[in-house]
Write a protein that binds this ligand. Sequence first.
Ligand code: ADP
Ligand code: MG
Length: 682
Amino acid sequence: MNLSDDVKFVKGVGPQRVKLLNKLNIFTLEDLITYYPRDYEDRSKPKKIAETQNGEEVLIEAIVTSRMREIRTYKRNMTIYKLIVRDETDSCELIWYNQSYLKNMFQIGKKYKFYGKINKKIGMAEMLSPVYDAEEKSKNTGKIIPIYPITYNLSQNTIRQIIENGLNLADGKIEETMPEYLLEEYKLFNLKDAISKIHFPADFGEFEKARYRLAFEELITMQLLLLSLKNKYKNKNAGIQFNSNIKMSDVINDLPFKLTKAQLRVLEEIDKDMESEEAMNRLLQGDVGSGKTVVAIIAAYKAVKSGYQMAIMAPTSILASQHLESFESILSKYNIKCELLLGNTPKKKKEDILERLKNGEIDVIIGTHSLLEENVIFKNLGLVVTDEQHRFGVRQRSTLCSKGKNPDVLVMTATPIPRTLALILYGDLDISIIDELPPNRKKIDTFAVRKSMEERVNNFVKKQVDEGRQAYIVCPLVEENEEINAKSVLELAEKYKTEVFKDYKVEYLHGKMRPKEKDEIMQRFKDKEIDILISTTVIEVGVNIPNANIMVIENAERFGLAQLHQLRGRVGRGEYQSYCILKYEGNSEIIRKRMQVMQETNDGFVISEKDLELRGSGEFFGTKQHGLPEFKVANLFEDIKVLKLVQSISMKILQEDPLLQEEKNKRLKKLIDEKLQNRIEI
Ligand code: ADP
Ligand code: MG
């Protein structure tokens, strides 16, 4: 059997189980054997019965001292099987329900291993439904047992057995992916060992080695890919030296507000870059509301007055339109011409814009992905800014840059990834951080509440709206699929419109609406024609409506913390005390901790770190929302050491062999080509 063959050919996989496996995204043999455990149970070290604790799950080695007793309970139509075993220290009663096949399984006087949960409340110790092995063979006990993430209706035992069968079939078919010299130098397990031992390690040392090897591979693949993309797009020509007689301070002194110290510091860094002969490549990190836009505007001023054009790309048309407003409000008095180019800009208008962009009549172009189109041609593009970088890939950024001659680049993001991580993921960028909010911003009061508080929440919203404010209600994230989310918005909006908030002006917004409709709704919300706006996360980034002071987030437990923080940043933009209400369900410790973090801190960096730390197993809490690559094994947070190591290895490899053409790097080249083919966006 080949790795790409259908999983239905694996022993133990019938039609029913195929369906369940498919639900886990397991379609081929390869998918099966790379469905890695999320946890392990240590059944490798036996304990003496006398030393076990009540409630503990343990392995014991004991001799059977009685015959199996069979007790029928007619009332509940159940048969209970009881067996007494003992070791040197104590006796223990083993109890099973309805497992008649066990009846003649055990021989008196023979030693077995049993693994199960101990009950020591009264009398003799008991072990409930233990798994067991005869001493000479260890299938269910005596080793570290993998626990798989989600299994639907497959029991852990079943999936474990299927994976074991799969591994047997895959034996000899797993092709090594790492070059020999790396395996040797870093003492890595070969791929076959790594895969089989991450499922069935003999001890935790082996597990660590297996995990290390797999994480190493994931991370080095990412690093090589990132670095080679960067090399490819890096233009060796000198950058633009913007005119040092154009003073940013001329704009700064004219602003209606005073810039924060952090904004001034960042602008100084940018100014220096712009005047130097090297092209600027800078990442600007700043929490939501920290005022990144005005920084971009001032940089645009410098670029335009030095004789160049500037382009800024935003992920949504709402955001781009808002940027146009901000840019014009500051730049029009300096006679700087700004235009907006969106996907739905009417054909005629578009042609006109493209024409004027080409001949240099437009100084600043603001747009969405539409800026990437081939027919967008500049006369003299000198500065490129991308806003909310986590929505774009490296490649999109380079496409825009290639429309100029080595322009200066500023990448703005509100996703505050930990600095160490940023240094590696954005290895070729200098980093500026705005770590201070403009003064007089009130802390957004955040409350995490359960469903039972719903009515009080609704009354609170009504009260605020009665006082003249506006509210956002964000719908649960059903899936990372706007189509399905749109449906949930409609349902919720219906309920709120006709029942709960029927005396108020309620509207809704979702990603499947046409951009024109969306913009219209946003405009009406801005003009206070709408009291309560229900939406998916499309309002996530950058929207600025100071009068809106409440955000209610439904099923907040389904969002990542970084995303909750971004959403929350939509309020608290005006003079009013603002509130964020997180409605959540579920009792797990992780959920409670996550909600607590949101209540306790408004610091995006702290939240981002906690988010990675408290990452649940659910896909919604993945790194996707950080705009970071996702891995099966590696964890960007815990594996920072491995990441640093593979970064230096990757740089060395690419220095010697930039295109990975050497024979010894053949396997690496293959790995990267595969990733590129799958269009993994980084
Ligand atoms: P973000 O960093 O999230 O993109 P924005 O650039 O949208 O933040 O800024 C948020 C709001 O704060 C805007 O209305 C902007 O005009 C305002 N702002 C920016 N800097 C200052 C400042 N130094 N003082 C007061 N308000 C500011
Ligand atoms: Mg912004």
